[in-house]
Every structure is written in structure tokens, then in C-alpha cells.
Design a protein around this ligand. Sequence first.
Ligand code: ATP
Length: 443
Amino acid sequence: MDQTPSTLNPAPALNLAERCQTRLSRSLQQLLRTSARTAEAHGTGVYAVGGFVRDVLLGVSNEDVDLTVEGDGVAFARHLAAAIDGTWKGPSAFGTAVVIARDGHKIDVATARRETYKHPAALPTVVPGSLRDDLFRRDFSINTLAFALNGPEAFRLIDWYGGSTDLAEGVIRVLHNRSFRDDPTRIFRAIRLEQRFGFVLHRHTLRLLQRAVEKRCIELLSGARLWRELRLMLEGESPVACLRRLDELQILPHIDAALVLSPAQLALLTGVTDARIGLAETHPEVIGRAWPLYLATLLYGMEADPIRRIGTRLALAPRAIQELLAGMAAVEAACQRLRLEVDLRPSAVVAALRTLPLELLPLLLALSPRGDVRQLIRSYLTAWRHVRPGLTGDDLKRLGVPQGPQIGRLLTCVLAAKLDGEAPTLEAEESLVRRAVTQGQDA
Ligand code: ATP
């Protein structure tokens, strides 16, 4: 590994300052300027590092700044918070702090540190170190880039580990042979970055990754760390590509033996993405969290027991597992009902979809290729789900319905009649209720 800093000539220095000026929000630029002044005032060196620098060079918008301080990062965070009249939180177990500006902008601040691993997948042991140590503890060369905010070298790219070449060539490369074994979450980070930027894993890095998988390093990860990485994948820009790559590299069975991606499942995942994109255009208000949707799709068709086992491996809360199972059952039930019944009335469609969490709707759409069924789902979304009875519970009491569960049941009947065009006016709703009261039944 070349340890010589290949700090570049003044042209890229100018370029970095310019890029920050043109690409970052004004409030972030202001924060960076105040950070530089605070560092000067306290005689410390402060550096922008990691993914933020990578994205500035890529021209990708990223306002998540990570600052590294050679010296006392927590003291710097305190000074910075005071300088901007903001607040700060921390320090974490790794000596990091977050500074929060009055407009809500956050900056992560860390003391430059060195990390060692007692055993594979252990959390690192951390000691203060130099900037060079701090960059070397990072996962991939493209994340080792940095620049100083203050001092004579401000805005000069620091590239000690070949990051800018790898960035230009679109290569993901670890810094040393033990990287994946030290921290197997990097297996997932590598794939996520590869798919996100359309990069490739360097040949040697790929071999190291495969060796770590074969040595069962993923099995050593805690459920919480494993889930954090998987969730980032499922919430990212390319969840299906990431899952496909995990399958291709035979990583999924190392999470659970039942996790394999059949061609049908892959097609379903793709269908879900298409449906979600379509819905985002027509009904953005029903687009919910991505991870429950993709997790439900990945597990769709499995029995409840392996789903519970996988949820437990991923350290999901029992309630989250329960919600996942209930959501999947609601999709299955809605799918059956819409598929089997012909000439569904609007009230039957509403009854079929009422308990379905809206964020799982793309899964139902992907499972329902029939045009007429899709049309029913669309009508539900645009119109039927918003329909409410004209009468209220109080109105029903006024009409002689006794207090109790019958009120709820009757309101459901009134709603169904309204949806199906059988009670188009308030008078029609009232006469339906009166009839029910006289007949002593629900409707
Ligand atoms: P993203 O845009 O997905 O958040 P990021 O690169 O900013 O990507 P973070 O998870 O915010 O990622 O991490 C910030 C930086 O910390 C990374 O750029 C990387 O340098 C370093 N880092 C994060 N996780 C690891 C890890 N497991 N091992 C080594 N370095 C890591």
C-alpha cells in the first residue's frame, strides 16, 4: 500500500472549494466555515472525511457531513455548538458527537482514531490516532478521501489510499486482507455501494469477500448489525439489485438456510419495484416505508415458522415480526378475494383491502397482473377508500339505535350501501337505518 500522500496540485484544491460552494446548501457552507474558524481558534485541525468527500467528488448531493478532528473531537463539537448557537449530543462509545444547528442541520464529529479487532466481527477497540490512522480504519478506498477545512492545506484533497483513482475507475477496494473478517458488515456495505454507484468489486476484494463468506463470518454478526445493513439495502435506491447480488454471491443462505431467491421471487421483487414507482407517480401519499415492503416480498410464500426464525435472526422486535406476518396475511387474503370473485362490488373491494397496510400495496399489485383487478385497486385508491357514511354514531342514536356494538355494525352497513350506490343520499342512509331499527336487525 502506497503510504505517500498524493495530495493533488492546486487545481483540484480549487475544484473542491468550488464544488462545496456550488453543490452544498448555504446553511451547510456556513456550518463548514464556522467549523474552520472554530478549529483555527482552538488550534486544532478539522477534516471533512469519508462518504461526504466521495460524494462531493462524484457530484452526488450529500449533506451528511462527517468531520474528523486530530485532537479532542468532543471538545471541538462543544465549541462548534457554542459558535453556532446550536446543541450537541454525545459522546458515543466511539467518542463521536453530533452537532445540531438551529435549522436542524446535523454534523457528525469524531476524534481521529485507530481501531483494532479482538476477533472477527467483534466491535472495534478504539484509541485516539492520527488522521492517517482514521482513514486507514475505513472500509473501502473510496471512503478514505478527506480534506482539511482549515490551515494552509484547506480544501486540498487528501488521498493516501488510492481512493480517487478507484472512484474514477468505479472500483470498490478494501484496504487490507483482514477487512471483511474484522468487520463482516463490510460485505453488505461493499454490495450496497457497488449497486448504488454501478461500481465493481476489485478482483482481490471480491475474493476476500467470498472467503469471508465461506469462513462463515456473517454467522458471527449480531442480528442488530446484520439487520442494520440489510435494512439500508432495502431502503436504498436499488434493493432488488442488492438482493440479486447477495443471491449471486450465495450470501443469503448465510443469513438463513431458507433464504434463496427463486426466479419467481426475483420477478415478484421487480414487479413490486415497478408497482411502487407507478404508485409514487399517481398516489404518492400511499408510498410508505420500503423495508417492510421488500422484506415481505422476499419472504412471500414462506411458512410462518421460517419467517419468525428469520425475523429473530435479524433481531426484529416480536411486534415487528407480528406486524410483518399480519401484513403478509392481509396481502394474501386480499389477493385471493380479488382474484377469485367476479363482479366485485365496491363494498367488497373495500372490505378486502381495508386491513391491508398501504405500504404493502405494491406487493398486492405485483401479485395481481389481471387488468380488471388492478382497476379495482385503483378505484379503491382514488375514490372508495375515502368514502365515509354521511350519518354519524350520534345520528344513529337519534334514530333509535341503542348505544353499543350495533352502532359500529350499522355504520359499516350504511357505508357499504353508500359505496354500492344503494344509499346515495343522507335520506336513503336514514331510511336504511330506520328499516333496520324497525326490523330489529343490523340492516
Ligand atoms: P451512505 O451515503 O450510505 O451513508 P457513507 O459512506 O456516508 O454512505 P456511513 O455509514 O454514514 O456511510 O459511514 C460514514 C463513513 O464511515 C464511511 O464513509 C466510511 O468511511 C466509514 N464507515 C462506515 N461503516 C464502516 C465500517 N463498517 N467499516 C469501516 N468504515 C466504515
